[in-house]
Design a protein. Structure first.
Length: 222
């Protein structure tokens, strides 16, 4: 039977929202929670889950991380964001201000070590490390459009890596975005790919970086 990437991504999303007893059924926790996401993760994951699905998972409030927000002092919070310096800074600011009693930080793709160290350093310095209940790499940086079709939600990636005006830094950044998305699909579907590509250019850069990331993931035992 063919894999249903849409259903597998939905299950991963629901598992992220289940912050109750791990022995409960997938997505079955009724622990009330606030959900905070950035625009990319909101567009990637939440079309899969209807408002009723969020409510049945105990989500009482769904907010954008860049919006003006008020404290919710009696409800744990689930963050679902991309691992960027801006998002980490906002999370640290929320924790320092005591917006939420405890938080679960879920990154849409692998968080670089320096960002994790920065997050740890800031919450320890402010004496709020006890409020961080967990940090997870969720590998959900793609959008499943049907059971057999997905998109990386990067409409300008091709232009960015092939533009004569693009700097090496911009090209490398977009290559990393593409690899994050492809790796997310592979982890979600528990697949091991055969990688083929034409030599030279962006395609080979993506292929080599994806191969490296897969090997690093296998070596880490994740």
């Amino acid at each position: 039977m063919a894999q249903n990437v849409q259903e597998m991504q939905r299950n991963s999303m629901m598992q992220m929202l289940n912050i109750g007893d791990a022995s409960e059924s997938l997505g079955g926790s009724q622990s009330w929670k606030v959900l905070i996401s950035d625009t990319f993760c909101q567009e990637v994951g939440f079309p899969l889950i209807k408002v009723g699905g969020l409510r049945s998972s105990g989500v009482t409030l769904h907010l954008n991380i860049n919006s003006e927000r008020l404290p919710v002092l009696d409800t744990p919070t689930v963050y679902f964001v991309q691992p960027t310096p801006e998002n980490v800074a906002r999370i640290v600011k929320d924790v320092e201000k005591g917006f939420y009693p405890n938080i679960y930080v879920n990154f849409g793709s692998t968080a670089p070590r320096n960002l994790l160290e920065q997050l740890a350093k800031e919450v320890i310095k402010s004496g709020t490390a006890h409020k961080v209940a967990g940090i997870f790499d969720r590998y959900l940086s793609f959008t499943s459009l049907s059971p057999t079709l997905f998109t990386l939600n990067l409409p300008k990636a091709y232009e960015a890596v092939h533009s004569p005006a693009a700097s090496d830094r911009d090209i490398q950044q977009h290559i990393e975005f593409v690899v994050d998305g492809l790796l997310s699909v592979l982890v979600t579907t528990k697949s091991m790919p055969i990688i083929r590509c034409p030599p030279g250019g962006a395609a080979e850069m993506v292929a080599r970086r994806l191969d490296q990331r897969i090997r690093e993931l296998l070596a880490s035992g994740s």
